[in-house]
Design a protein around this ligand. Structure first.
Ligand SMILES: O=P(O)(O)OC[C@H]1O[C@H](O[C@H]2O[C@H](CO)[C@@H](O)[C@H](O)[C@H]2O)[C@H](O)[C@@H](O)[C@@H]1O
Length: 276
């Protein structure tokens, strides 16, 4: 972690781009159980106060939900894997074909009829996307219900307007033409010359890793084990991410680039490695 920290802390201008589930907060059995740990809001608040630095949360969750989970005034937010975007204190911009959005309403109803009688499924309606979670379902039912979910999507949605995403125990239908890579490129375009650091754990973060890598930034996969990825660095888990962020804040503060007082969040020991 030391080489990462040294490079990041030396930057006068930087952009922290942080995934939520699996990166800032450990994966939980259900989406509603993945709450910010004590100290996360405080840590993010301090980070948004670093002069010359911006902080964004780039998530598959909606911007509305991110604002509820992380009430931090200075955060940029990207929601629904890039289909939503909001600057601090501003309204939500959505990238979504109106025909897709209208058709999605019908899919939500049909998918609800499919999933409701089944054990262990959670349907997450994001307005511009629809996720079917199967973390707590029997594997055989997950496969069968998943197949029927995709079939329903093909029936209800206009061709070319949507994409199917397979994430961590979730299938998600989202608008075509949106991904975290494009969203991150859009954020960085507003702050040319800043050092971008992206932290993420899931397949949808790979698009963002590639964008950040192309722009000379730092990409960090959050995973206890190495796996094929575009990220050149790895941290084991969200505790290590918090540790990194807390240390970054301290070092920027020491060089006159941060606020006052030390972050009070708790984090565990060390242990990270460069991938490959
Ligand atoms: O881009 P992210 O911030 O990582 O969001 C990705 C998805 O995260 C959530 O689902 C995942 O986390 C849940 C809570 O830990 C877990 O129960 C589920 O199995 C995971 O897939 C969220 O509910 C989705 O909307 C996000 O797209």
């Amino acid at each position: 972690m030391e080489d990462l920290l040294a490079r990041a802390a030396a930057a006068e201008r930087g952009y922290l781009l942080l995934d939520y589930d699996g990166t800032l907060v450990p994966i939980a059995a259900r989406p509603d159980l993945a709450r910010p740990g004590p100290g996360l809001v405080e840590l993010l608040t301090r980070l948004t106060g670093m002069p010359g630095w911006q902080v964004a949360v780039v998530s598959g969750r909606t911007v509305e939900e991110l604002r509820r989970l992380l009430p931090v005034a200075g955060l940029y937010l990207v929601g629904v894997h890039g289909a939503e975007r909001a600057a601090p204190g501003e309204g939500v911009e959505r990238i979504c074909d109106p025909a897709f959005r209208e058709a999605l309403r019908h899919l939500v109803g049909a998918a609800d009829e499919l999933a409701r009688p089944e054990e262990g499924f959670v349907l997450e309606d994001k307005g511009v996307a629809l996720a079917l979670h199967y973390r707590q379902a029997a594997p055989s039912r997950a496969a069968e219900v998943g197949r029927r979910f995709v079939r329903l999507a093909r029936t209800h949605l206009p061709p070319g307007t949507w994409r199917l995403l397979g994430g961590k125990k979730v299938l998600e239908i989202r608008p075509a033409g949106t991904d975290k890579g494009r969203a991150v490129a859009g954020l960085l375009a507003d702050y040319p010359g800043t050092l971008a650091l992206y932290f993420g754990d899931d397949v949808t973060d790979e698009d963002a890793f590639r964008t950040v890598r192309r722009q000379g930034g730092i990409e960090v996969l959050v995973s206890p084990v190495a796996r094929p990825t575009a990220a050149r660095y790895r941290l084991d888990n969200p505790s290590r991410v918090w540790e990194f962020l807390g240390q970054l804040w301290v070092r920027r503060a020491e060089t006159g680039g941060g606020g006052q007082g030390l972050p009070t969040h708790k984090h565990k020991g060390r242990g990270d490695g460069r991938v490959g």
